[in-house]
Ligand binder design. Structure first.
Ligand code: FEO
Length: 425
């Protein structure tokens, strides 16, 4: 394999297999993607060209600012009149920026997109009924004479529209954002570029992790395929041991806890922080009440110290989360907010939640924390408990009952009605 590949030195297409070319673009100076994602190595916008005996397919395009580079690479291999098929695995602008111009240059080409991409495509092109497109799903394919591209329906990775395209004869999977990473290296292939393991995992953690169930569904389609290369839309083309990246995705998407927790057991975590020990006493009472319910594994964590990262895995796999915070200056305290704001990368939809805490004047923390949990699509089955300063024995009993009722809801003892949340009404 050629270690001297340097695509920054020219604007030619790069052959990745017989008659299959990379026609993408390098963006080495990008430092932030989608406003929030750090891209310390820049990124690439990978697009591909497949030549068949009866026509050419273009798979994905590039960000608009890089269109010249994309068109120069296309033109190094084909005439626009030869392009019969344009596949869009995903319609985010970093892959469709050059599409309108490509359609002007190759007006005979038909677009192949997922059904969910239709409205996005029409909005993107501001086009009406005359648009030439076909929606495809798993099992559908398009022929280029001697070559066949088949489609895999892999939604929500990471937008509703996402799909993969598979070049059957060669075993090349054009995977869209799946298996991608923001790592720009002019040597293009995983066996030639620098060590991109951190970027691969970072990308997964921020882009794919909230959609783990969809990743596992996609892997059911991908794992049985013969794979000689996986060609994502960002980062290195995975031609050296491509299957290990597929295996890694399965590992990353499979439950990490498991250890010692029974399949039928539910998990409830009580997080708290306490200024004078009052919220801590409430947390212990909540813990006590919940722990008495059979089939629920209850854990109690003090957030003092402020480190939240270690808790994210735990939270992702928990069934219920309770937060105890004092109210200081009309708000919950920073470690609680730090933890709650770090949860955008995990899917909390449908988990049960609740809040409690001691206060001196007004006790707003409870409502604010509950609102945040609702914003994360959690269910808040019972109103939180506020205690003015030191909890009495009666108030601690109330905390025990609160913990018990949440735990009972988890194992189906609280009745359907108990998990109804006002936010759902
Ligand atoms: Fe690379 Fe989701 O766009």
């Amino acid at each position: 394999m050629n270690s001297l590949i340097d695509v920054s030195a020219h604007r030619d297409a790069v052959e990745i297999a017989d008659g299959v070319y990379w026609v993408g673009a390098l963006d080495p100076t990008l430092r932030t993607f989608d406003i929030i994602l750090s891209t310390a190595n820049g990124t690439t916008y990978n697009a591909f060209l497949v030549k068949g005996s009866e026509g050419v397919a273009v798979i994905d395009t590039v960000k608009e600012e890089f269109a010249d580079e994309f068109f120069a690479r296309l033109e190094s291999q084909v005439e626009y009149s030869e392009i019969k098929v344009i596949v869009l695995n995903h319609l985010e602008p970093d892959h469709t920026g050059a599409l309108p111009e490509l359609m002007r240059r190759a007006p005979q080409a038909r677009l192949y997109i997922s059904r969910r991409a239709t409205s996005m495509l029409k909005a993107l092109l501001k086009a009406g009924e005359d648009l030439k497109y076909t929606t495809v799903a798993t099992g559908d394919h398009v022929e280029l004479g001697d070559r066949r591209l088949s489609f895999l329906h892999t939604p929500f990775l990471h937008w509703p529209d996402t799909q993969c395209t598979y070049l059957e004869q060669e075993g090349i999977l054009f995977s869209g954002d799946i298996f991608g990473c923001h790592y720009c290296d002019k040597r293009l292939f995983n066996d030639l570029v620098g060590d991109f393991r951190f970027s691969f995992d970072y990308y997964y953690a921020h882009i794919m992790r909230p959609f783990k169930e969809h990743v596992l569904n996609a892997l059911k389609l991908i794992e049985p395929l013969k794979l000689t290369q996986v060609a994502p839309t960002h980062g290195p083309i995975l031609r050296e041991r491509p299957r290990r990246y597929v295996t890694h995705y399965r590992e990353l998407s499979s439950p990490a806890l498991g250890h010692g927790i029974g399949d039928q057991e539910k998990t409830l975590i009580v997080f708290y922080i306490s200024a004078y020990g009052n919220t801590a006493r409430m947390a212990e009472a909540v813990n006590e009440g919940a722990s008495g319910v059979a089939g629920v594994r209850v854990s109690l964590y003090d957030l003092q110290g402020g480190e939240v990262e270690p808790f994210v895995n735990l939270i992702e796999e928990a069934d219920a989360l309770l937060f105890g915070s004092p109210t200081i200056n009309g708000d919950a305290v920073k470690p609680v907010w730090d933890l709650l704001s770090s949860l955008a990368v995990v899917n909390l939809q449908g988990k049960l939640g609740g809040a409690f805490g001691s206060y001196g004047w007004s006790g707003e923390a409870i409502r604010l924390v509950e609102d945040r949990m609702r914003g994360l699509k959690m269910n808040i089955p019972h109103p939180g408990i506020r205690v003015k300063l030191i909890p009495t024995e009666e108030e601690l009993d109330e905390c025990r009952s609160f913990g018990q009722r949440i735990a009972e809801n988890l194992v189906g003892l609280g009745g359907e009605k108990a998990v109804l949340d006002f936010a759902d009404l």
